[in-house]
Write a protein that binds this ligand. Structure first.
Ligand SMILES: O=C(O)c1ccc[n+]([C@@H]2O[C@H](COP(=O)([O-])O)[C@@H](O)[C@H]2O)c1
Ligand SMILES: Cc1cc2nc[nH]c2cc1C
Length: 338
């Protein structure tokens, strides 16, 4: 694969140089919002969402015409520790299901008019078990970040990143512990549905893994390398590329947010072009969203991953932008503005 960046320092520099939102588009969108035929604030959070979207698109009256959903898949060596309710083979089996159109995310992408791409990352080469070694080498991390970076369609106008990877809630919990502190128990949840004994074992694995690598972790990219997985790195690379292209992002569940947190902890503000699509039923997702200072759009008790909650939130964002760009102003409609 041709890489777009060959070292982690170049990736860090790309993150640091990423463009900011367009303040003049924001101001123009705020002014337009104030003239639309509704009582001030009556569209609630939809108003902020539309203005946020306009500012990142550099267009005070934008449209959402080409959303892209990218699902990354990876396998995790830590599954040898018995941390998931499902066997690791499910990852490759679900990739085939995505490719044949049979998964929830296929239906949700279709329902919300998004094109969907699947990026399977070296499924025959699981990461190392992070309780004994760093999950990824630097070269492996770079390859996965590059795969994510190159997966984003520059012609799209909205990105959803999702994932599939048996064992990856363990990885995400260890990353969150490394980045935000606290106890392993604060960040460890049931994932696909482990029982109480499974949860205790998983919490031990998260604690041991984080302790083993704590000294080596100085920023989010170290956490991604030591405790992460290829699909998490793929999501991080895609989120970073979207920023460089001025494409807003809807974040999905616990694993997606852990991957995104690695960017934020590397360059503060790196997630300003992202909105949290939903809060999942994974126990620590609310805590992780709070740490990222993100308020989720939806709360539907989902714990599927694969971009499902974020895809549903495409509908909310499309609604917000349609109202903002399509509604009449008081002057246009001849409605008294009070
Ligand atoms: O998105 C979430 O918050 C979420 C919560 C629980 C489970 N998942 C999905 O379930 C898989 C990981 O669960 P586990 O138990 O194998 O760590 C992975 O494929 C995720 O997409 C996803
Ligand atoms: C069946 C199945 C589907 C999934 N989709 C995302 N994560 C998943 C985990 C399992 C186990």
């Amino acid at each position: 694969m041709t890489r777009s960046f060959d070292t982690l320092d170049v990736f860090r520099a790309l993150l640091a140089q990423a463009p900011a939102a367009d303040q003049s588009a924001r101001k123009e969108a705020e002014a337009r919002n104030g003239q639309l035929t509704k009582p001030p604030g009556a569209l609630g959070r939809l108003e902020d969402l539309a203005i946020w979207y306009a500012s990142w698109r550099g267009d005070a009256r934008p449209a959402i015409a080409a959303p892209q959903v990218v699902i990354f898949a990876g396998n995790h060596g830590v599954t040898a520790q018995g941390v998931s309710a499902f066997p690791a083979e499910v990852t490759v089996q679900m990739v085939m299901n995505f490719q044949h159109g049979g998964a929830a995310i296929n239906q949700l992408s279709k329902a919300f008019g998004a094109k969907m791409d699947v990026v399977a990352l070296d499924l025959d080469r699981p990461t190392a078990d992070f309780t004994t070694a760093p999950a990824l080498s630097e070269a492996e991390l770079l390859d996965a970040l590059n795969a994510g970076w190159n997966s984003v369609d520059p012609a799209s106008d909205l990105l959803v990143t999702g994932e599939m990877g048996i064992g990856n809630t363990t990885s995400a919990a260890a990353i969150a512990l490394a980045l935000f502190g606290g106890d392993a128990g604060d960040w460890t949840g049931r994932g696909t549905g482990v029982d109480d004994a499974g949860l205790a074992n998983k919490t031990r694995v998260v604690r041991e893994g984080e302790a083993l690598h704590a000294q080596a972790i100085t920023d989010g990219l170290d956490a991604l390398r030591c405790l992460g997985g290829r699909e998490l790195a793929g999501m991080a690379g895609a989120i970073a590329r979207a920023r460089s292209l001025g494409i807003p992002v809807i974040l999905d569940g616990f694993i997606c947010c852990a991957a995104a947190a690695c960017l934020e902890k590397t360059v503060p503000g790196a997630l300003d072009h992202c909105v949290a699509g939903h809060v999942s039923a994974e126990a620590a997702h609310p805590r992780l969203l709070a740490a990222l200072d993100k308020t989720p759009l939806l709360s539907l008790g989902l714990r599927l991953g694969e971009g499902s909650g974020a895809a549903l939130a495409i509908g909310v964002l499309k609604g917000a932008v349609a109202c903002h760009s399509g509604m009449a102003t008081f002057a246009e409609a001849g409605v008294s503005d009070g």
